[in-house]
Design a protein around this ligand. Sequence first.
Ligand SMILES: C[S@@+](CC[C@H](N)C(=O)[O-])C[C@H]1O[C@@H](n2cnc3c(N)ncnc32)[C@H](O)[C@@H]1O
Length: 239
Amino acid sequence: MKDPSFRRSAALFRAFLREGADPATAYTLLARDAADQVERHTPLRGKVVVDVGGGDGYFTREFRRRGAQGFLFEPDPAEIGPGQRADTVVADGYLLPLADGAADVCFSSNVLEHVADPHTFLGEMARVTRPGGLIYVSYTNWLSPWGGHEWAPWHYFGADRARRRYERRTGRPAKHRLGENLFAIGVGETLRHVRGRSDVAVLSARSRYWPVLPQLVPRIPLLREFATWNLLLILRRCS
Ligand SMILES: C[S@@+](CC[C@H](N)C(=O)[O-])C[C@H]1O[C@@H](n2cnc3c(N)ncnc32)[C@H](O)[C@@H]1O
């Protein structure tokens, strides 16, 4: 699907709305879309691709389908699908069991908002990527309409209140708790951080899902914190 386009954004949004009922369709579509985004910068065939915090492995499977040597790293055994267990390295993104420069592509989708120290996490992604290699990192920022995850958009009125509301309404414990496994990460602060790093160059900073001018929104201070929705950074590892 053409990226950006209304057709693509609408298809992803529809899949996202049905994610709970049909995760396989949603994540297969998202994985194809992300692999297309990577392939706009480098072909995947024959490449070593490391998926950090890859959860159930949809992205790694898509990379392999395209001829890459895909490796899945996931710290939480509960996130790993039963069919994927033998094929996953249980490891934390802060400390990957990989040599410097081992990966041609280091990939992370929707993980950065779940780590307390995103700068160390990004540094580790850069360390394991070979000079000239590509880093794909995307995350939902806190002030995005989806920033509160399952308790969004009520996070705008306070995280604790939003979480309690979710639990009252659904009768289920919320998966996320601010400051434990979800963190209030912004857009501007991350852009300043990656632009200030000497080990990476920013090839692209865009809204991952926007249907028009996805590069524009992350350039506008304040507006970007609300309207980017999900920030996608494509970085080149410097030598
Ligand atoms: C929202 S899920 C994203 C899964 C998958 N990447 C995707 O886009 O569908 C967040 C994932 O980040 C993982 N995660 C949390 N902290 C992490 C860390 N320190 N290092 C690596 N992964 C981490 C979680 O275990 C979980 O699988």
